[in-house]
Design a protein around this ligand. Sequence first.
Ligand code: G6P
Length: 484
Amino acid sequence: MTSSRTGIVIVANRGPNDFVWQDGAWVTRTATGGLVSMLTPLARRSNVGWFCCVSEPPDATLARSGLFTTAADQTDPRLHVLPVPLPADTYHAYYGQISNEVLWMLQHRMIGAGGFEYLDSARHQAWGRYLEANARLAAAVVRSGRQPMAFLVQDYHLYPLPGLLRGAFPETPILHFTHIPFPDPPVLRLIPDSWRQTILRGMLGADVVGLQTRMDVRNFLSCCAEFLDVHIDADSGSVLMADGRRSFVRDYPASVEPRSLRRIMHTAEVSAAHARLAADRGEAMTIIRVDRLDPSKNQQVGFLAFSRLLEMRPDLCGRVRFLAFMVPSRTDLSVYRAYRDTVYRTIDDTNARFGEACGGPPIRVFYTNDREQALAAMERCRVLLVNSLQDGMNLVAKEWAVVAETPGVLIVSETAGVSADAAECALLISPLDVEGTARAMADALDMPPAEQRERHARFLGRVLRWSARDWINAQLADLGVENV
Ligand code: G6P
């Protein structure tokens, strides 16, 4: 009965903290990524539970109680985290081999060498583990006895889950949100029909399918029309299924929480980072990037473009530095390691070629996960480069809008979700265009301060009008949930 339901259940691959099995014990670390930063404020409410997956090595099974103790006793005791242990090989297949090596690559259009190439028998077996992981999560949710007012299921790791939860909770509102771009039918056709059916039908187990942009909504509806026997109601943006159920498909652009970002900017950690960065900045103007080291983020083209900039504008040598804040990511996967090597080769080549003329290496790399340091760099940068090949939204661009102290210039790919909000504010580039990106860097460095301020103010206004709070509230409202 509706009245006995309380609170919200979030289900995501990652929790607000990661659990890592180290030296015979579980240790927790704050997780990164937009998903975690946007959902954590909601998760601090007392009646919100957060189920996440944990990779459990064989020697950890006996210490499972330690995992649950850790979950209940974290740095932020207001979070109710419910870790679901998956055997390490299942986790690797579901998270690494399917979610990241197939779905992530496909949805960011990285198809072919260096991305998603083919599905062999090992990959088919991994797909079985992907389904198993989703089934284990569904079972853990059922076993917990929670009867929430709504489920918020997150991302491409969990496409089958809304369908599984629908069976166990026929009356409970469910929303599935995909944080990354959703492909159009020609791209989704590159995976086997049975996989497509599982993905689309699983998502349609939700009452509301949430996506980042209007284009993602169009793509999802086109995929449903193309591959499923359903009726698309274009006026209401919904999918009507043969059994009479209806799922609404909506865009909820991800955003940032300006107030909490401003709070972070006043912390001792940010001041210490400014002091540390002073030597790397010197007197130079800085071009920066802040992203996970990931082929979809397209670091390689960014550094090639910077090299081209120094070649075509020798007057900038010594006057501009590129500070690259790259967060180690998914390093257990060979495609990520190979990409990292390629990117480092380009950095080394550029530094060797221009080091003398610039009076020192023009590119400085910070290969670490240090949010305060990255925010400090954003506060005083001259140019922020976001040249992703594809990006669901890109929250770094929105963070920059909030924290930038001396307005600089944003350069952003047209293929990042944030480019719609950044239109007429940022310099838009094509992510494959090295020459165009180099020219955009030159234009940004030459831009008069008044124009920088005007463009920045316009973008900031848009970010402030739609924050992470609006993102979550709109979803809850569409599920008919009030007063969490
Ligand atoms: C993206 C995805 C999230 C993911 C994050 C970090 O934002 O949409 O689901 O958590 O990247 O990636 P990771 O694989 O480290 O969780």
